[in-house]
Design a protein around this ligand. Structure first.
Ligand SMILES: [Mg+2]
Length: 326
């Protein structure tokens, strides 16, 4: 497979958005409910989530990933990347007052404060996956330095989420994507990112490291829901898992691992479980898109006749990120 930088970048943006759109209709459903509605194989074509909107609609995950991408693209010669990402998040916060798309509470409230969160000055106790779901563009942009991808990825998460359980996974996904651009296998990329997380020390990296190891060690022939149950942090208020930064990352990585030669199937695995399906689909799609490029996802969309929202914009963003230099 001969995939160039542009195809990887576009694939990462499109794959993540595809996963978000496929997972959106089943985000708050249990596995049993998904199977009851979509059959034993689960959902396999992006369906309607919000009444009045067509299938293929993306959620806050892709909106925020696009804001991350735009913040980076604003940046050459124009100051700090993180400041610009923050400005784009503030812009997104205004936009979603009219177009909410399931935006998470931590993201909304932290941006409402008008203060940019940092690792040194955390804004809140947020552990959610709102950072990790939007950090893959950082990995594209900083593809030549996995160290910077990890650091900027973490800091982009800390803009809204104050705990290492949220921002370390944001660094890990950015690092995994950057390592893939370097030609690493998924497994190799994940292991290198794992070491980066470990180097932060146990206090900061414990959960992320433990869950990454579980995702890497899990036998690939286990029933999908079984492994989702194992990788999920039980949440008293919501069904299933993938709601927190580190379990969303682990489920996303696991789904990619079990379908290494079929990116569309990997995303399908990532969304068909009890929990935060759009975010886990987004994470798997980002990894698999960086490996395979956009074609498998675009072909699937063409085959099913689904119009992925922002499709052309996402392609353009990927193309511009592919030539962006820090
Ligand atoms: Mg969402």
């Amino acid at each position: 497979m001969n995939i160039d930088t542009k195809a990887r970048a576009v694939g990462c943006m499109i794959g993540a958005a595809y996963g978000d759109a496929l997972g959106a209709p089943v985000e708050f459903m249990s596995y049993e409910e998904i199977v009851a509605k979509h059959g034993a194989e689960g959902i396999d074509v992006p369906d309607v989530r919000w009444e009045g909107l067509p299938p293929g609609i993306i959620t806050d995950d892709t909106q925020m990933a696009m804001a991350t991408a735009n913040g980076i693209l604003d940046s050459p010669g124009q100051g700090d990347v993180l400041e610009n990402i923050f400005k784009r998040y503030l812009e997104w916060r205004e936009y979603i007052r009219h177009n909410r798309r399931g935006a998470g509470k931590t993201c909304r409230e932290s941006l409402d404060s008008g203060v940019m969160g940092t690792i040194e000055k955390p804004l809140n106790e947020g552990k959610g996956c709102g950072g990790v779901m939007r950090a893959h563009p950082v990995g594209i942009a900083f593809r030549e330095s996995p160290e910077r991808a990890f650091e900027i990825g973490m800091r982009s998460g800390a803009i809204t989420h104050g705990t290492p359980e949220a921002y370390v996974p944001s660094g890990v996904i950015a690092s995994i994507v950057s390592h893939i651009f370097f030609g690493a296998t998924l497994e190799g990329a994940a292991k290198m990112a794992l070491v980066q997380a470990e180097n932060l020390g146990e206090e900061k990296s414990r959960e992320t490291v433990n869950f990454l190891k579980m995702a890497l060690d899990a036998a690939t022939d286990q029933a999908v829901q079984t492994i989702h149950d194992k990788l999920s942090v039980p949440n008293a208020t919501m069904k299933g898992g993938g709601w927190l930064g580190y379990d969303a990352l682990a489920i996303g990585l696991y789904a990619a691992r079990v379908s290494l030669d079929d990116p569309v199937k990997a995303v399908k695995i990532a969304v068909n479980h009890s929990g935060d399906s759009d975010s886990t689909g987004d994470i798997t799609g980002a990894m698999m898109g960086a490996i395979f490029g956009p074609e498998p996802f675009l072909k699937e969309l063409d085959k099913t006749g689904i119009a992925l929202e922002h499709r052309e914009e996402l392609i353009s963003m990927g193309e511009r990120l592919a030539i962006w230099q820090p």
